[in-house]
Design a protein around this ligand. Structure first.
Ligand code: AMP
Ligand code: TRP
Length: 324
């Protein structure tokens, strides 16, 4: 069975894109050999508020549990609670080159326009490699924007193995299927993202009326026809959205809405999105009443993760010549 690891940053509210493109897939496919890491240390690479980080970490854990990650099946844990991540990161920094890190597009993008950038923003992808290699992950489900980081993780693993002997599994990235990309409701050509204004972003934490309002204000196109096509970016996105939450095919939806207006379509989408999110929202509200249960799940997750991580670190220390 494949060992799987993925990570998600505790920054800001989760949106429907995160859920459909990542979290739902993790939950649907979860198995005992799957590890999911809330990467709080990565969230510190840009300026942050301590209280916010603490709250966001707990909040994300609550949503992930609500979305169906089951601690009885998989391992959900917080990166900083397994100290081996930072330890391995240092050792891998001695294997990665400055040039490689400097070339990463995320480093260039996040650093752009700031007069001071943390050293950790540069070494960010090495910590990510440590997250993955510690667990000897075979597969890493990620979004397309993480392709370059995964390529670097592979390079680091291969270089380490070559220099110090076979130690790490070289991980393979896996990507969501095409339909898993949710677009912004206000900017039809951009994917839904926490960095865009909230009006076009469907947050998991929105109440049903807010969701409805955002869907009803979504951009559409000229003409009245409801069909997908390059000349109809707004309507195409709406149909994709409906398809993503109902599982129905686009052609079937086009047939259903023949002759109907945009208003009808949007009303149905708002209802479908709310139906889709209702169980997750309800479960998250329940869990929010019981923060101790969430802490307990994270504690147990960290313990399980630590067992695997510690075993890898023993091998790594031996391989590079550190005393046990
Ligand atoms: P981010 O919020 O960008 O850090 O992404 C967290 C996870 O959600 C990653 O696996 C992304 O690929 C996924 N994701 C983010 N935005 C979208 C979107 N609009 N559609 C589908 N998946 C997304
Ligand atoms: N850098 C990833 C992102 O921004 C998050 C991440 C950190 C990650 N460590 C990871 C993803 C390990 C996969 C595996 O989305």
């Amino acid at each position: 069975m494949a060992r799987v690891l993925s990570g998600i940053q505790p920054t800001g509210d989760l949106h429907l894109g995160n859920y459909v493109g990542a979290i739902r897939r993790w939950a649907d496919q979860q198995a005992p050999d799957h590890f999911f890491c809330i990467v709080d240390l990565h969230a510190m690479t840009v300026p942050h508020e301590p209280d916010e980080l603490r709250a966001s970490t707990r909040e994300l854990a609550t949503w992930l549990l609500a979305a169906g990650l089951d601690p009885a099946t998989c391992t959900l844990f917080v990166q900083s609670q397994v100290r081996e991540h930072t330890e391995l990161s240092w050792i891998l920094q001695c294997v990665a080159s400055y040039g490689e890190l400097h070339r990463m597009t995320q480093f260039k993008e996040k650093g752009e326009g700031r007069h001071s950038v943390s050293a950790a923003l540069l070494t960010y992808p090495v910590l990510q490699a440590a997250d993955i290699l510690l667990y000897q992950a075979d597969e890493v489900p990620i979004g397309a924007d993480q392709r370059q980081h995964l390529e670097l993780s592979r390079t680091i693993a291969e270089r380490f193995n070559h220099r110090f002997g076979d130690t790490f599994t070289v991980p393979t990235p896996t990507f969501p299927t095409a339909g898993a990309r949710v677009m912004d409701l206000q900017h039809a050509d951009r994917k839904m993202s926490k960095s865009l204004p909230e009006a076009g972003t469907l947050l998991l934490s929105d109440d049903e009326r807010t969701t409805e309002r955002k869907v009803k204000r979504a951009v559409t196109d000229s003409g009245t026809e409801i069909r997908a096509g390059e000349d109809k970016p707004g309507v195409t996105n709406l149909l994709d959205l409906l398809s993503a939450v109902t599982g129905e095919e686009i052609p079937a939806l086009e047939r259903r809405y023949e002759g109907a207006g945009y208003g009808t379509l949007k009303g149905d989408i708002a209802e479908a999105v709310n139906d889709f999110l209702r169980p997750v929202r309800a479960r998250r509200a329940e869990l929010a009443q019981d923060p101790a249960a969430v802490e307990q799940a994270l504690r147990e997750g960290a313990e399980r993760a630590r067992e695997v991580a510690a075993a890898t670190m023993d091998e790594v220390r031996d391989a590079v010549g550190l005393l046990r």
